[in-house]
Write a protein that binds this ligand. Structure first.
Ligand code: AMP
Ligand code: GLY
Length: 423
């Protein structure tokens, strides 16, 4: 098969690494890809939302399957674009339809979906500029901290949590009236603060059947001890030690099954991943958010634990025969540490020469923000590289990653030294 992966991060390098291992994969393309995917696939420099350019590539290269990494093309309807195009109808797209992707594309839609199917989540109300005063009154009814969420996609920055009521009211005004996040904050969801420990569950579905993939926990804050600004994710561990069988059963029965049933009831085509962000409140799981893709860096710890041929699994997804797949998991834990550019998630410099990653032998190195310049690897993003290791004990896996990070160098490299500290 000829396969195309859309995206350019550590998640996509991990997909490429797994897909390249499949005997079914004859040719692998990544658009736009990074220096890591360049080593195992052909990078094509086109944007993930340029559907016409993607179509041309798919037809030129006889591509049979497209695996969509990030949410943007999904929310913009790449699945539907393929389905409705006479020349592309035969191509398998791994990712949900536009209606499915709205579970991530609109927080209000996600909350309404959860309410409809009795899926446990924080109590909420949503507001527009016309209802600003009602929003402020709603804030007054709540106890701090106040959780405000821009409805639409805001590059991971759309959730603001504040302790002070006046600051929360000012933030609401900023979002609604001053369009702080542009069109994304025309609607704002205000919700109850949930106090507990976070984890994520990943589900792969064909729209009829589903399989639950390993759990993972990521570390979103830039600073050790979960301090400082939010990032895309500074590291991750899989499985999550506290997600025991009894807790997983609650997740399955209260959240995963009703989610799949809801998609079916609404006749939503969904052939892809559902990433469910959860908080464990007491002993009960509650949903914080849906994402309609895999997480990054969660993919870097989830996929290396899956022993199945991933192309085989995706073929079953496309054929809606996922019930024929039995997941074969590596029982070891996986842990990854993300190397980032100094300054990230605020301003940082790019174009730094990166050396040493090719000398790492007992960890998996997944490139994120890198590209090749005159045969050299240079940094091109805030999150640069993820170093994943496997071991029976996740702490040992982390030790191996940290040992190997010593070999990797670039100017102003930064990383968290405490991944897994709370587990
Ligand atoms: P999201 O962009 O929806 O993933 O939200 C970003 C982060 O905000 C989450 O990972 C949580 O840490 C936090 N968060 C979101 N909603 C809530 C909530 N209702 N209660 C507590 N924390 C929340
Ligand atoms: N690591 C969080 C995400 O991918 O959204």
């Amino acid at each position: 098969m000829h396969i195309l992966i859309l995206g350019a991060g550590g998640r996509e390098h991990t997909f490429a690494y797994k897909i390249a291992q499949s005997p079914k994969c004859e040719k692998l393309f990544v658009a736009p890809g990074n220096a890591g995917t360049a080593g195992i696939a052909t990078n094509v420099d086109i944007s993930v939302t340029d559907f016409e350019a993607i179509k041309k590539l798919v037809l030129d290269k006889n591509i049979d399957m497209v695996v969509v990494g990030p949410e943007d093309p999904l929310v913009h309807g790449v699945y539907d674009f393929f389905k409705n195009d006479k020349e592309l109808g035969h191509v398998a797209v791994i990712g949900p339809s536009k209606r499915g992707a709205l579970l991530e594309g609109s927080k209000e839609r996600a909350k309404e979906f959860m309410a409809m199917y009795n899926i446990p989540t924080a109590a909420y109300e949503s507001f527009k500029a016309e209802s600003l005063d009602a929003g402020k009154a709603f804030l007054e009814e709540l106890k701090p901290p106040y959780v405000l969420k821009a409805d639409g996609l805001a590059a991971g920055k759309g959730v603001v949590i504040l302790n002070d009521l006046d600051e929360a009211k000012a933030e609401l005004t900023d979002m609604l009236t001053n369009k702080k996040f542009g069109a994304a904050s025309e609607t704002v969801v205000i919700e109850e603060f949930l106090d507990g420990i976070e984890l994520s569950v990943f589900v792969l579905t064909d729209g009829k059947n589903y399989i639950t993939l390993p759990t993972a926990k990521d570390y979103k804050r830039i600073g050790e001890g979960d301090k400082g600004l939010n990032t895309g994710g500074m590291g991750a561990v899989s499985p999550v030690p506290f997600a025991n069988a009894a807790f997983m059963e609650k997740i399955e029965n209260r959240i995963v099954k009703p989610t799949i049933e809801g998609l079916k009831a609404e006749e939503i085509e969904y052939k892809g991943f559902i990433f469910i962000g959860l908080i464990k409140v007491g002993d009960d799981p509650k949903v914080i958010e849906y994402n309609v893709r895999m997480g990054d860096p969660e993919t870097e710890v989830v996929l290396p634990r899956i022993k199945n041929d991933l192309v085989d699994v995706f073929e079953k997804v496309a054929a809606q025969k996922l019930d024929e797949v039995e997941l074969d998991l590596d029982p070891r834990s996986a842990a990854t540490v993300m190397l980032v550019s100094g300054g990230y998630p605020e301003a940082y410099e790019k174009g730094k020469v990166l050396t040493g990653s090719e000398t790492v032998t007992d960890s998996l190195v997944f490139h994120a923000g890198t590209h090749l310049k005159d045969e050299e690897v240079v940094t091109s993003g805030g999150r640069v590289m993820a170093v994943t290791s496997l071991h029976e004990d996740f702490k040992e896996a982390l030790k191996t990653s940290y040992k190997n990070i010593e070999k990797i160098k670039f100017d102003k490299m930064n990383y968290r030294k405490d991944i897994g500290f709370d587990l």
